[in-house]
Design a protein around this ligand. Structure first.
Ligand SMILES: NC(=O)c1ccc[n+]([C@@H]2O[C@H](COP(=O)([O-])OP(=O)(O)OC[C@H]3O[C@@H](n4cnc5c(N)ncnc54)[C@H](OP(=O)(O)O)[C@@H]3O)[C@@H](O)[C@H]2O)c1
Length: 262
């Protein structure tokens, strides 16, 4: 069986997370290009044993998939160049805001396109990634896309509108968890343990909580298991209510949606 060729345009953090997940797969051939940072490209080549090039345009013809792993604002000139080069290659972007409709509007009709939204945990193989596909994407393209996303964690297929709405939850919310972690680490350190010990404890607590959430138990039932009425945890949760934590989370997500709209 011939190998599927994937061309990355962009060699930064997200490209490298995806490449790190996939470079050892036998039936894939990966070529990587960027905006001229030769040192970065050579490092990528040494680390992952992938082909690198300064001219991605020459690599498009026999590719199955082109992954645009670069900032949203530089997509237009690249999509314009792709216009005369693409046929059955699936054009995939990982950029915020560059959805399926946008890709389709910039490429010839019937070009297969997909929008993928991983999160920063992709670099550790623990992303929850979202993807949406255009109408011209075939089963082979989608399988290749899923292979790529499986190599960096879990994934869900949704609509592009759902990606817009879910990005604050899958993409931004890790920062909200880290913000809480920062305060818990500070509290732990106040007991006299080291920062390293404190961070290890808090990280494992969050990881354990995530594993519990991956069972079929609901958050409410898990809260009940920790918090007995009138107990220590219940006292803490009462403060959540005093500060209207639930409303705050609604406002937090709304703020993300509002900013994304702009
Ligand atoms: N990092 C994340 O966790 C994350 C999560 C979800 C989505 N994303 C999205 O992924 C995309 C890349 O993010 P990143 O964090 O990987 O950024 P990054 O580390 O800054 O890397 C950006 C890459 O894009 C390349 N590039 C810039 N302009 C280009 C152009 N005109 N032609 C070709 N390549 C160009 C850069 O080339 P040089 O190497 O030459 O500088 C660099 O390799 C962004 O759209 C971002 O929104 C990132």
């Amino acid at each position: 069986m011939s190998k599927s060729k994937i061309v990355f345009i962009g060699a930064g953090r997200m490209a490298q997370a995806l490449i790190a997940g996939m470079y050892q797969l036998n039936d894939l051939e990966i070529t990587v290009s960027n905006n001229g940072n030769r040192k970065r490209l050579e490092k990528v080549s040494q680390t992952y044993h992938v082909k690198i090039t300064d001219r991605w345009e020459d690599e498009v013809e026999d590719a199955s998939m082109i992954v645009l792993a670069m900032p949203p604002e530089v997509h237009d000139p690249v999509l314009q160049k792709l216009q005369s080069l693409v046929g059955q290659q699936c054009i995939v972007t990982v950029a915020a805001g560059i959805d399926v409709d946008y890709l389709q509007s910039k490429l010839p009709p019937q070009t297969p396109v997909a929008w993928v939204m991983p999160n920063t945990a992709a670099s550790k193989g623990e992303s929850i990634s979202l993807y949406a596909i255009g109408s011209a994407v075939n089963t082979d393209h989608e399988q290749l896309l899923q292979t790529m996303l499986a190599s960096v964690g879990e994934f869900e297929k949704v609509t592009q509108q759902q990606i817009h709405q879910l990005t604050p939850i899958t993409g931004s919310a890790p920062a909200f968890i880290y913000r809480m972690a920062q305060q818990l680490i500070a509290g732990a350190k106040d007991t006299g343990i080291t920062e390293v010990q404190a961070q290890k404890m808090v990280a494992q607590m969050i990881k354990g909580s995530a594993v519990m959430l991956q069972t079929d138990e609901t958050p409410i039932s898990l809260i009940d298991q920790v918090a007995s009425p009138g107990g220590v945890t219940a006292a803490g949760l009462e403060v959540f209510d005093q500060y209207q934590f639930d409303q705050m989370m609604i406002d937090v997500l709304q703020a993300c949606y509002d900013r994304a709209e702009k």
